[in-house]
Design a protein around this ligand. Sequence first.
Ligand code: TMP
Length: 255
Amino acid sequence: MANKKILYDGKAKTIFEGPTPDTVVQYFKDDATANNAEKHSIINGKGVLNNAISDFLMKKINELGIPTHYIKKINMREQLVRKVEIIPVEFVVRNIAAGSIVKRLGLKEGTTFLRPLVEHYLKKDELGDPFINEDHIINFEWGSRDELDEMHEYGLRINDFLRGLFLGIGLKLVDFKIEFGRFYSEDGSSILLLADEISPDNCRLWDTNTNNKMDKDLFRQDIGGLKEAYQEVANRLGILPEKKTYASTKTEIVK
Ligand code: TMP
């Protein structure tokens, strides 16, 4: 992407201008960050794995009839996607208690919720992505009532689908974060598209047998083995050319 203009340089991805005005190129970097980028490392190959995993999952979600920004994978690190105006709200869907909700509400990690829980966070690094509610989103015009309803419905459908898909490969979908954007037509009207990425960087995935973490918590909590875990997720999804074994769990999936 040497000659392309950078439109946005994020923590784990860089967005370049695309071949047409209504597209951009997402480049997946090897950077891993946590605690609002206070902690930072380069994990060789993470970007390649996340590109492959997100490519696979976005295609599946498109097939479900949920519109996404995804157009195609260009190479090992890049995807061509539709250019959207990102809605500054992070949607988190939780099935099992882990991460920030455990601290905030004093829950026991691993508790399964009665039903999936949807939360909203403002996408603002300077403020540490604070927890917000629907009234904030509507009052400050970050999104309309109709958009919120649509995003909520998409979030729960994506959860339902991903939960089943991951369960089939021996992983519990604990929680995940998604983002949406507005894609404008020439007449000024817009439709909502699922944007960003879906990968173990923004999901929590636990092995169903061992409860071992197979996601970015391995980095956040200094457990280690992030690359091997992401490789194992990709392998179980059937998107790695060769079969690998995740050494620390000794789990081998026979397809
Ligand atoms: P949390 O428990 O830290 O609130 O995170 C919930 C889920 O959202 C978890 O799967 C990690 C993901 N997430 C992101 O992808 N980006 C973020 O900036 C944050 C805070 C969480």
